[in-house]
Design a binder for this molecule. Structure first.
Ligand code: WTA
Length: 640
């Protein structure tokens, strides 16, 4: 923890907002919800039947109506999206045009038999059609489930099957670092045998050669014949808007289910408070829509406010490390919201690159997804923001729907501390507690908990109320447990200290240890495996894997590791490939047979191993230790 404080005077102070939110959080959120357009007001602001919350019960609204229809009088010509392709192609899409496209696409979905409550999987690269698809679903009450287009066909199939989607929307291909990823081929592999799938829609992004199967339709053909008249469905506030799968502590990803009225209220407020959004702003969030940041702060947050944003298709360092600075200069971006991993990568290349671009239009900077180290924070503040721009470090999760801890330039001038996400947003109460759920004194590490329900909270896990209760609400009674360690300092500022469960955070992406281990074990060579993380200069954490091979495998270590890398690439996705593999003959286990990951992590992080009295076989620790030392030696020799 650093004691440095940065004063940024924004000339804003609305103490009433905090006061009201502390006095009565339900009434507070009720007032916030009035900023949305409702077809019918709600009867009950919060129906709390722990741990199930129904926000704005009885109210009727529509997400796409709030994102599009309401802007058609004053903002129809305003640009909603400046889209920049990785190949530098450009599109500028106004609110009027987006509105037409969404209505047409909603009609396409209807013509293919999609009805309220049906699930639609979207597996698209970062193209405007991804936004159009999501809003098209929302318009008719279909539940979208976006799958990050970097995921493998197995991951895609699991998600399509679990959500029982009727349609997959994809593209012929997507650009990534100049290469074409053949998304349609991945979809074919994933869904050809999934019974629920009735249609596949293919957007022609790369215009490559594809084979159209019986269920396949070209986006352009379907849109050509679609009418641009489509009223938004009047949906219950608790109607599910989307499912977004995220990794947890078990092998199977969890389908986080978000509703409509509460979720949109949370986003409308936090987007305004955190970004202090103005009509003239050009907002640039680098998140892929396949993750929650893209759902909340690329799609719904900005569109609810009629903001103009930049959407970039490709890799942040393609064709070179200046791409982001180039885009900021070109479109005169005023707000930049990115990840600590990206910043660490940019920082490594020095100040010269960003200094050679005109970044003077920037007025606000943000980060999300992982803790930001104070050195990087200061670099961001000094070199990118030129000491003028406040930095908002926003802590939240797929499950929380929107920001929960962040400084809020839109409503108050608080001081900033590099590395601290600062304070909870109004209407949200957060504490740090010990194992018994008792609040710990200031400056003491404990588990973060959220005290009360909040509007953006997940409604449940798709088809799994029991798991929802168990994962988030069973550790501390009726308090939400996000799975993060934290400290609250004597100024009431929160410092996030990483996950307390078996979830890894690599480059800001959540990867479940169990999911990865089951992928490794699925390979014929592997009897057992355990993965953990070690600190990484750029990605925050990187993954290392310990594997025990089946008897009689006589193949070179190099070949085994190559195969295992491919297995992970094909079953989870490239982001989950471990950086290093350690082949050992046994893993440290308790007498009841549970792998002691704590020990592996300690060894890998060169920390003290601690108590090993519960171990079944102490020799395993020695072996893991020496395997680790051996590989470290060879890494040092080759000077990685
Ligand atoms: C971590 C991303 C420190 C945290 C929006 C959380 C952070 C998990 C921050 C959720 C931050 C997110 N500082 N850690 N500002 N933001 N995290 O669901 O561990 O992909 O529980 O949502 O990311 O990851 P998710």
């Amino acid at each position: 923890m650093t004691s440095e404080k940065f004063e940024i005077n924004l000339g804003k102070s609305y103490p009433d907002i905090r006061k009201l939110s502390q006095d009565d959080f339900i009434r507070f959120w009720e007032n916030q919800a009035k900023s949305l357009k409702w077809f019918k007001p709600w009867d009950t602001t919060l129906n709390w039947n722990p741990p199930f919350a129904k926000w704005f019960e009885g109210g009727l609204l529509n997400a796409s109506y709030n994102a599009l229809d309401i802007h058609q009088t004053e903002k129809s010509d305003k640009i909603a999206i400046f889209w920049e392709g990785e190949d530098a192609s450009q599109r500028s899409i106004s609110y009027a045009e987006l509105f037409i496209q969404v209505k047409k696409f909603a009609n396409v979905l209807k013509s293919l038999g999609i009805k309220k409550g049906d699930r639609v999987t979207i597996y698209l690269p970062m193209v405007p059609e991804l936004v159009i698809s999501m809003l098209g679903c929302a318009r008719i009450g279909a539940i979208h489930t976006v799958v990050f287009s970097g995921f493998s066909s197995t991951s895609l199939r699991d998600r399509v099957e679990d959500s029982e989607s009727k349609i997959v929307i994809t593209a012929d291909g997507g650009f990534r670092k100049g290469k074409i990823i053949k998304l349609k081929d991945i979809v074919d592999e994933a869904v050809s045998e999934v019974k629920s799938i009735e249609h596949v829609i293919v957007f022609e992004r790369v215009k490559g050669k594809i084979t159209l199967n019986e269920k396949d339709h070209l986006w352009s053909e379907l849109m050509k014949h679609a009418s641009d008249q489509c009223e938004a469905e009047e949906l219950e506030s608790t109607h599910p808007l989307y499912i977004l799968y995220t990794s947890g502590t078990t092998g199977k990803p969890k389908g986080v289910l978000h509703g409509t009225g509460g979720y949109l209220t949370h986003l409308h407020s936090t987007y305004k408070w955190a970004f202090d959004i103005q009509d003239s702003d050009i907002y640039f969030c680098t998140a892929d829509i396949g993750w929650v940041t893209g759902h909340s702060y690329v799609v719904y947050g900005p569109l609810l406010h009629g903001a103009t944003q930049i959407m970039y298709e490709g890799a942040p360092d393609y064709p070179d490390i200046s791409r982001m600075w180039n885009i900021i200069q070109k479109y005169k971006a005023t707000i930049f919201y990115t990840t600590p991993t990206a910043l660490r990568m940019f920082m490594k290349f020095g100040d010269e690159k960003p200094n050679s671009f005109d970044l003077s239009t920037l007025r606000l900077l943000g980060t999300v997804g992982e803790p930001i180290n104070p050195e990087v924070w200061k670099w961001y503040f000094n070199v990118i923001g030129k000491k003028r721009c406040p930095i908002i470090d926003t802590w939240w999760q797929t499950e929380t729907g929107g920001m929960m801890i962040s400084s809020l330039p839109g409503i108050e001038s608080n001081f900033l501390k590099p590395g601290s996400a600062t304070q909870p947003v109004p209407g949200v109460s957060i504490s740090v507690v010990d194992e018994d759920g008792k609040e710990v004194p200031a400056n003491t590490k404990g588990s973060l908990i959220i005290e009360n329900p909040w509007p953006g909270m997940l409604m449940t896990l798709w088809n799994d109320d029991e798991k929802y209760k168990d994962v988030y609400w069973s550790k501390f009674e009726n308090k939400y447990y996000p799975g993060d360690y934290a400290i609250c300092d004597s100024d009431g500022y929160f410092w996030l200290l990483g996950r307390s469960d078996d979830v890894l955070k690599v480059a800001g992406h959540r990867i479940g240890t169990a999911e990865l281990e089951s992928s490794l074990v699925s390979h014929d060579y592997v009897a057992e495996s355990a993965v953990c993380s070690i600190p990484d200069e750029i990605k925050g954490e990187s993954i290392i894997a310990f594997v025990v091979l089946n008897d009689g495998i006589e193949i070179t270590q190099e070949k085994i590791v190559n195969e295992l890398r491919n297995t992970v690439r094909n079953s989870v996705g490239a982001i989950a490939i471990p950086q290093e593999f350690y082949i050992v003959s046994k893993l440290p286990k308790t007498r009841s047979g549970k792998i002691m990951r704590r020990l592996l992590k300690a060894i890998a992080n060169k920390e003290k191993v601690g108590d090993v009295s519960t171990l079944e076989d102490g020799a395993a620790v020695t072996e893991v230790q020496s395997a680790f030392d051996e590989i470290q030696k060879s890494i040092n020799i080759s000077d990685r």
